[in-house]
Design a binder for this molecule. Structure first.
Ligand code: ZN
Length: 413
């Protein structure tokens, strides 16, 4: 494979075998000692490679820097990826390599009985002539986001080995717990010291994302009034029925399964209870800030109206904002997006810019003060056994990173 980035694929194949699944149940930061161990090795490796100011932050992030070489006054560009993997079996990851895939065959995933079939996954047709890395069907692959980790490490290796490539100051961050939505909560923007950054955590070739959802969670508690059903007339208030009424009072076409593009939704994620008491949980998503606020208000209003009918407080709604659309910040900093687009085009990659129907670490980091769009890392079918990545696309990611570094060296702070 690549002479240009000799360690890219070997590092990736080595790293995916290390279980770094984050743990939603945990209260610690990072959420799992497996992540701490992985990050510790990464820090040691960064030092060996010649990165400077390598430090492990309180929140588990490993920061590293490369100073400018022969360029003055350029902004500091940051690159960020996460080391944890999604909520799916991550023990004994056993990557399979398929050389020169023909773009149409079914790929058996080890002896698991699961297969990657282009009829089910039409995205496989984009990979004729590529060397693919898949799972053996028993675990996820963890290209999300160990592809990003390996790509940023390859960028550092490349720049250290090629002092003739001039660049401004660079900052690198590798963090835990992205998959449980907590990793970037305490990202130390000041210590990181970048003027802008990119997460390398997106999907297929060309993906560039600078708009995300605004996100909130809602917990609803319902107190019923339970009596014998035989004598319930005009007396019983069945908490479960109230829960159903709440769900039915929400607009039918604002559910995940009925929305796409820039359409937001209410997503009922749990509902449990008895006639005596019930609990519901929703997530609320919308790209548009006003529509997002209106969605939260609407849910509260439904509860208020029910309480008024009951003549007492039986339904209580607890709303909590989770993250915001980084597009509201990045719309005024389009030069950062343009820089990435220019770098891709120079590498003959057509940028695919679409609003994310989710969040990224960048959604949080941007609101902490560091504008951070998201770049493609190459992975497909993330978060499960059908995940795969192309070696050639991983190389193209590094090509784009090198290009961004050079483009940025011509900018002024
Ligand atoms: Zn990710």
């Amino acid at each position: 494979m690549s002479e240009k980035y000799p360690k890219l694929i070997t590092r990736f194949l080595r790293d995916v075998k290390v279980n770094t699944r984050s743990n939603e149940e945990s209260d610690t930061i990072p959420s799992d000692p497996k992540e701490v161990a992985f990050l510790k090795n990464l820090a040691a490796e960064l030092k060996e490679m010649g990165a400077e100011d390598v430090q492990t932050m309180k929140d588990g992030y490993v920061f590293a820097k490369l100073p400018a070489n022969g360029v003055e006054g350029a902004p500091t560009v940051g690159f960020i990826s996460h080391v944890d993997t999604a909520d799916f079996n991550s023990e004994n990851v056993n990557p399979q390599e398929i050389s020169n895939y023909d773009g149409k065959s079914v790929i058996e995933l080890g002896n698991s009985g699961f297969k990657l079939d282009p009829k089910v996954f039409p995205n496989m047709r984009n990979y004729a002539g590529h060397d693919l890395i898949t799972t053996d069907g028993t675990t996820l692959l963890g290209a999300d986001d160990k592809a990003g980790v390996a790509e940023i490490m390859a960028l550092i290796d490349y720049l250290v080995a090629h002092p003739e490539v001039k660049h401004g100051p660079l900052a690198f961050a590798f963090g835990p717990d992205e998959e449980i939505g907590r990793g970037a909560d305490h990202f130390d923007v000041e210590a990181f010291g970048a003027n802008f950054a990119y997460t390398v955590d997106g999907g297929p070739l060309g993906e560039l994302e600078w708009e995300t959802f605004n996100a909130a969670g809602a917990k609803i508690e319902i107190k019923g009034q339970n009596v014998h059903p035989g004598t319930a007339k005009d007396t019983m208030i069945n908490a479960l029925q109230v829960a159903i009424d709440i769900q039915n009072a929400l607009p039918e076409d604002e559910r995940p399964e009925k929305t796409e593009g820039r359409e937001g939704f209410y997503h009922l994620i749990s509902m449990a209870g008895t006639p005596e008491e019930a609990e519901m949980a929703y997530i609320i998503r919308d790209h548009d800030k006003n529509a997002f606020e209106a969605k939260k208000k609407r849910l509260q209003l439904i509860a208020d109206e029910l309480n008024e009918t009951f003549g007492q407080e039986r339904v209580s709604v607890h709303l909590q904002d989770q993250y915001y659309n980084m597009g509201d910040v990045l719309k005024d900093k389009q030069e950062i997006v343009t820089l990435a687009e220019t770098a891709m085009k120079k590498q003959n990659i057509e940028p695919i810019v679409e609003p994310v129907r989710g969040g990224t670490d960048g959604s949080k980091i941007t609101f902490l003060g560091l504008p951070t769009p998201n770049l493609f890392a190459g992975g497909e079918n993330m978060h499960g056994r059908f995940e795969f990545v192309s070696k050639q696309v991983m190389e193209q990611v590094v090509d784009v990173l090198v290009e961004i570094v050079q483009e940025a060296s011509e900018m002024k702070k």
